[in-house]
Every structure is written in C-alpha cells, then in structure tokens.
Design a protein around this ligand. Structure first.
Ligand SMILES: NC(=O)c1ccc[n+]([C@@H]2O[C@H](COP(=O)([O-])OP(=O)(O)OC[C@H]3O[C@@H](n4cnc5c(N)ncnc54)[C@H](OP(=O)(O)O)[C@@H]3O)[C@@H](O)[C@H]2O)c1
Length: 91
C-alpha cells in the first residue's frame, strides 16, 4: 500500500469523516479502532466506492502494547505511511 494514511478512531465521528475525505483524494488507508464490525463495513464501502485499499486493525489503543501492534501490522503489511491522524478519543 502506497501513500497510506493511518487514522485512529476511524469507526465513528471525525475519524470516519476523515477516512472518506482521504479516500476521495485517493489515499490508501489503515483504520484503527475497537469496533471490528464497523471498521470492516467501512473498509468494504471505501474500497468499493473509491477504488483505494483500506485495511483495518481492531485494537484498544489504551492497551499496553497497542503501539507495538500498530507498528507490527504496518511492517507486516509493507505499508508506506504518509500521514498519521491520531484522532481516537481517550475515554
Ligand atoms: N467532536 C468534537 O466537537 C471535538 C472537539 C474537540 C476535540 N475533539 C477530538 O477529536 C477526536 C474525535 O472526536 P469525535 O467527536 O469524532 O469522537 P467519537 O465520535 O466519540 O469517536 C471516537 C473514535 O475513537 C475510537 N476510540 C475510542 N476509544 C478508543 C480506544 N481505546 N482504542 C481505539 N479507538 C478508540 C472510537 O471507536 P471504537 O469505540 O470503535 O473504539 C471512535 O472511532 C477526539 O480525540 C476528540 O477528543 C472532538
């Protein structure tokens, strides 16, 4: 995945809106939040509507090893990160 934007808190609210905006501008996406069902549905819709590659990582970012899990996913998927939008609401 080239030109990829990581958006945390992408299952709802501002993060979800930003996912649509970046998809519209042809960025690939890695979407992170806890709600796997919402992320899966959103990725399917974005991939279909905008012809981009959107992946998701269901994760509680308050967990001890959350950052390592994101890094591991990025490295394992060969994702080329352009931007990180660290938007998830804490609480
Ligand atoms: N809305 C405003 O007026 C406003 C004003 C100033 C600042 N902000 C900031 O803007 C950001 C987004 O706000 P919003 O109103 O769009 O929030 P929101 O609608 O409540 O959405 C929060 C997002 O964060 C995710 N999230 C929450 N806790 C998480 C966790 N522990 N691990 C992973 N993901 C988590 C939620 O997904 P899951 O529940 O699926 O995990 C959801 O996707 C926040 O940082 C907020 O503080 C918002």
């Amino acid at each position: 995945m080239n030109n990829t934007v990581i958006i945390t808190g992408a299952s709802a609210g501002i993060g979800k809106t930003l996912a649509y905006e970046f998809a519209r501008h042809n960025y690939d996406l890695l979407l992170v939040a806890r709600s796997e069902d919402k992320l899966k549905k959103l990725c399917t819709e974005l991939n279909k509507s905008y012809g981009i590659t959107a992946k998701f990582l269901p994760l509680d970012l308050l967990a001890d090893n959350a950052a390592e899990k994101v890094l591991g996913f990025v490295k394992g998927s060969g994702i080329d990160v352009s931007y990180l939008i660290n938007n998830a609401r804490n609480g």
